[in-house]
Design a protein around this ligand. Structure first.
Ligand code: GDP
Length: 298
């Protein structure tokens, strides 16, 4: 099996080839900047981050009197690393007992898969884990979570039907009583109306705080790295409603364009705790700005 970095590179290969070929044998002129602008926009970087990078790059070229396209490319590389570095922050463990994490995201983003991967990651760091099936809306979500729980030897608190906030409340109580280190509360990704969904998530947050004073300690949003600017809109909406503490960007091994991270860094610099680079349980990696930009620009 290929390494996760190879899979990340291959996932980002289209963006990477668009971005790198335009520098080959190029002169530093308006054409180059125009091509770069187009390539960045195509890569889901968004208008704001694209303009920011171009302005900074032109300033760099001028200040450092760069004369070769290869130097411009390295300057872009440095700028991108600097832009993305604020997103690089590890998920800190062991500060709360139990640590309560609410896991949110729209259906299909990779929420259940990420919970499974996270359970394994946490266990590898000597944390015991309890899962709460807070998506009481979809029976399939509960079943999938139970399967991930069995694979990881982790208990899952679920109710046939009922109130997601009550499931979360029970899970926090149970984890406190049993001395479990981390509770992950799965949540619904789609309800009849979007407004309804946010209200339900806010209620889970409120009720969790009744079970444990400063909970939830982490509110994560899982976004699909292939959905570009749409993912950015999700980040804004969920952050406005809940106050996100972290992101996980999934499916970066597929055909993701990658630029959305720059857009996130400019608009909502919320830590990207992990990236998803495959469907298997071990395919979760801490986000590292330099590795990511190297996959994009070499
Ligand atoms: P949910 O609806 O948000 O819970 O999404 P799921 O966890 O069910 O994931 C939806 C699909 O995306 C499944 O087929 C997963 O295997 C797949 N998936 C999730 N994360 C990744 C990833 O990092 N890479 C790839 N290639 N596929 C992923």
């Amino acid at each position: 099996k290929r390494s996760w970095l190879a899979r990340l590179k291959s996932g980002l290969s289209k963006t990477s080839s668009n971005l790198t070929t335009l520098f080959i044998g190029a002169r530093i002129d308006d054409d180059l900047y125009e091509e770069l602008e187009a390539a960045l926009l195509m890569a889901d970087t968004g208008v704001d981050a694209t303009q920011f990078l171009l302005t900074e790059l032109k300033r760099c070229v001028k200040d450092q009197k760069l004369t070769e396209a290869a130097q411009v490319k390295s300057a872009l590389r440095q700028l991108m690393i600097k832009l993305l570095e604020p997103l690089q922050k590890p998920l800190e463990l062991g500060r709360h007992q139990p640590m309560v994490m609410m896991i949110t995201g729209v259906n299909g983003a990779g929420k259940t898969t990420t919970i499974g991967k996270l359970a394994k990651h946490l266990q590898a760091h000597r944390q015991s884990v309890l899962l709460a099936a807070g998506d009481t809306f979809r029976a399939a979500a509960r079943e999938q979570l139970t399967i991930w729980g069995e694979r990881n030897n982790v208990s899952v608190i679920a109710q046939e039907s009922g109130d997601p906030a009550a499931v979360a409340f029970d899970a926090v109580h149970s984890a406190s009583a049993k001395g479990i280190n981390v509770v992950m509360v799965d949540t619904a990704g789609r309800l009849p109306t979007q407004l309804h969904l946010m209200e339900e998530l806010k209620k889970i947050k409120r009720v969790t705080a009744k079970a444990m004073a400063d909970a939830p300690h982490e509110i994560l949003l899982i976004i699909d790295g292939n959905t570009g600017q749409n993912a950015l809109m999700q980040v804004k909406a969920f952050d406005d409603a809940l106050g996100l503490t972290g992101l996980v960007v999934t499916k970066l091994d597929g055909t993701a364009k990658g630029g959305v991270l720059a857009a996130i860094a400019r608009t909502r610099p919320i830590p990207v705790y992990f990236i998803g680079v495959g469907e298997q349980i071990e395919d979760l990696q801490p986000f590292n700005a330099e590795e990511f930009v190297t996959a994009l620009l070499g």
